[in-house]
Design a protein around this ligand. Structure first.
Ligand code: GLU
Length: 434
C-alpha cells in the first residue's frame, strides 16, 4: 500500500468520510457545553448519557485497580469475559462461555469493527441510532433503511423484513435490532421477537442485537432475542447505559459459536488499532457484571425514576399536540410535531433540523432532530434524552419511597426539575405560536 502522502507511488485517498460531520450526539453535546461556557442557560437533552452515578462498589473496584498498567489481551481480560458470560447466561438466558465474549472500548467501536470485518449489507430500521449508517458509509457498505411508523411503535415488523429479504434471498446481511430503542424508548414483545427471529433464520440474516438499554427496561422485563435465534445473533451491550459509565468506554459483544471466525477477525483488526481496552476499567467492570444486592437496588431505583419521569414528560408533550408514545425503557422520547406543522411553517420551520435549531435559540433546550436518526428531513420528529438532572440525588430519594409505590409527579418535579422545565419550555414555545 502506498497511501502515505510522503511515500512514492500512487496515493489512494479514501473518500468515504467525505461529507460526514461530527456525529450528531457528540456535536450537540459539544455545542451545548460551549453555549453554557458562554453563559447560556441550556437544558441538555441532546446526548444520551445516563444521569446516574456509577454504583459505589464499582467505583471502589476502579480505585483498587488504578495501578493496573499492563496491556491486556486484545479480546479482553479473561476474568472479565468470564464474568460477562456468566452475567448474560443468568440475566438473559444467553448460552455462552468466555470464549464467545469480545470486550472493546465501547460497543460503538465494536460495531464499527463488525461492519469492517463482515462482508454483508447493513439493514437498519428508521428511526434508529445516529451512528449505524455513518459507520457503514465510512467502510463503504450498502445501507438499507426500512422505515417504521408510530403505528407500529416505531419498530420493524417481521413482515417488513420478510418482504425485504424476499427480493434477494440469502444475500449476506447484518440486521441491526435495537430495543429498548434509541431514539424512541419503545421495545419489542416476545411475539414480535420470535417472528423476526423466524424470518431472519429463513433468510440466513446475521442479527446484531443492540440491547444496551435492556437492563433499564422500565419494569425490568427485557427479553433478549438471542435464545430465540442463537445460531446467528450477536448480542451487543456494555456498561454505558445501565451502569452510568458512558465515559468509561466499556462495551461487549457475545457471539454465537458459528460466528467465532468473525470474533477472531474483529480481534485481529482491534490488535492493529486500539490493542486493548483500558486495564483499570476492565478490572472494575468485573465487579459490575458480578452484580450483587447493591447493584440490584441501584437498577430498580434507576428504572423507577426513568419510568416516572418518562411518563410525566409524555403527558406534557401530548398536551402540546405532538404525537408521542410512552417509553418502555431507556431514557428517550421521540415526539412527532407534525400535527403542528401549519403553525410551525408560519414561523419558517419546515424540517426537524429547523425545529431543533429554533428551539435551542429561543428556549435553550437542546434536543436532536429526527433526521439524525434516519428519518425524512421534512418530518417534524425529534429525540429528547431526558437525562439532565442530578441522578445521584434522585436515586437516593427514590430509595425512601416504598418499592410497591410508583414515584408520583411531585417526586419527579422535585428531583428531575430541569427536564420537566425543558418540556414546559417546549410547550410554552409552541403555545406562543399563532
Ligand atoms: N448512544 C448515546 C446517544 O445516542 C451516546 C452517544 C453516542 O455514542 O452516540 O446519545
Amino acid at each position: 500500500m502506498h497511501n502515505h502522502p510522503d511515500s512514492f507511488g500512487e496515493v489512494h485517498l479514501n473518500l468515504n468520510v467525505r461529507g460526514l460531520g461530527v456525529s450528531a450526539t457528540v456535536a450537540i453535546n459539544d455545542r451545548s457545553n460551549e453555549l453554557i461556557r458562554r453563559g447560556r442557560d441550556v437544558i441538555k437533552l441532546g446526548l444520551g448519557q445516563s444521569p446516574f452515578p456509577v454504583p459505589e462498589s464499582v467505583v471502589e473496584a476502579l480505585r483498587e485497580n488504578a495501578h493496573q498498567k499492563a496491556y491486556l489481551p486484545v479480546k479482553g481480560l479473561y476474568e472479565l469475559r468470564e464474568a460477562v458470560a456468566e452475567h448474560h447466561r443468568r440475566t438473559f438466558g444467553i448460552e455462552c462461555t468466555a470464549d464467545e465474549v469480545l470486550i472493546g472500548p465501547g460497543s460503538k467501536e465494536l460495531m464499527f469493527l463488525l461492519q469492517l470485518a463482515y462482508y454483508g449489507d447493513l439493514v437498519i430500521s428508521s428511526p434508529s441510532w445516529v451512528s449505524y449508517a455513518p459507520q457503514a458509509q465510512i467502510i463503504g457498505r450498502n445501507i438499507f433503511v426500512l422505515p417504521t411508523s408510530i403505528e407500529s411503535n416505531w419498530q420493524l415488523t417481521a413482515a417488513q423484513l420478510e418482504e425485504f429479504c424476499a427480493k434477494d434471498h440469502g444475500r449476506p446481511r447484518i440486521l441491526v435490532l435495537n430495543y429498548p430503542s434509541n431514539p424512541t424508548g419503545c421495545t419489542l414483545s416476545h411475539g414480535q421477537l420470535a417472528d423476526i427471529a423466524e424470518v431472519a433464520r429463513q433468510n440466513h440474516v446475521v442479527v446484531l442485537s443492540d440491547e444496551i438499554y435492556g437492563k433499564i427496561h422500565h419494569t425490568g422485563q427485557h427479553e433478549s432475542i438471542v435464545p430465540l435465534y442463537p445460531e446467528s445473533t450477536i448480542f451487543s451491550g456494555g456498561l454505558s447505559k445501565w451502569c452510568g459509565a458512558g465515559g468509561w468506554r466499556l462495551g461487549l459483544f457475545v457471539f454465537p459459536k458459528s460466528l467465532r471466525w468473525l470474533l477472531d477477525a474483529m480481534a485481529a483488526v482491534a490488535s492493529e488499532t486500539f490493542t486493548s481496552t483500558s486495564a483499570p476499567i476492565q478490572y472494575a467492570a468485573i465487579r459490575a457484571f458480578q452484580g450483587g444486592a447493591d447493584i440490584d437496588r441501584y437498577l430498580v431505583r434507576s428504572r423507577r425514576v426513568l419510568s416516572a419521569l418518562g411518563n410525566l414528560l409524555t403527558r406534557s408533550l401530548e398536551k402540546t399536540g405532538a404525537d408521542i408514545l410512552p417509553p418502555e425503557g431507556a431514557f428517550y422520547l421521540f415526539p412527532d410535531f407534525s400535527p403542528l406543522r401549519d403553525k410551525l411553517r408560519r414561523k419558517g420551520i419546515n424540517t426537524s433540523v429547523e425545529i431543533c435549531e429554533k428551539l435551542l435559540d429561543d428556549t435553550g433546550v437542546a434536543i436532536l432532530p429526527g433526521s439524525a436518526f434516519s428519518r425524512p428531513a421534512d418530518e417534524l420528529t425529534a429525540r429528547l434524552a431526558y437525562v439532565d438532572f442530578d441522578g445521584a440525588a434522585a436515586l437516593e430519594a427514590a430509595g425512601t419511597v416504598p418499592e410497591g409505590e410508583a414515584l408520583d409527579d411531585d417526586f419527579v418535579r422535585t428531583h428531575c426539575g430541569r427536564v420537566v422545565e425543558a418540556v414546559d419550555r417546549i410547550g410554552d414555545w409552541l403555545g406562543s405560536m399563532e
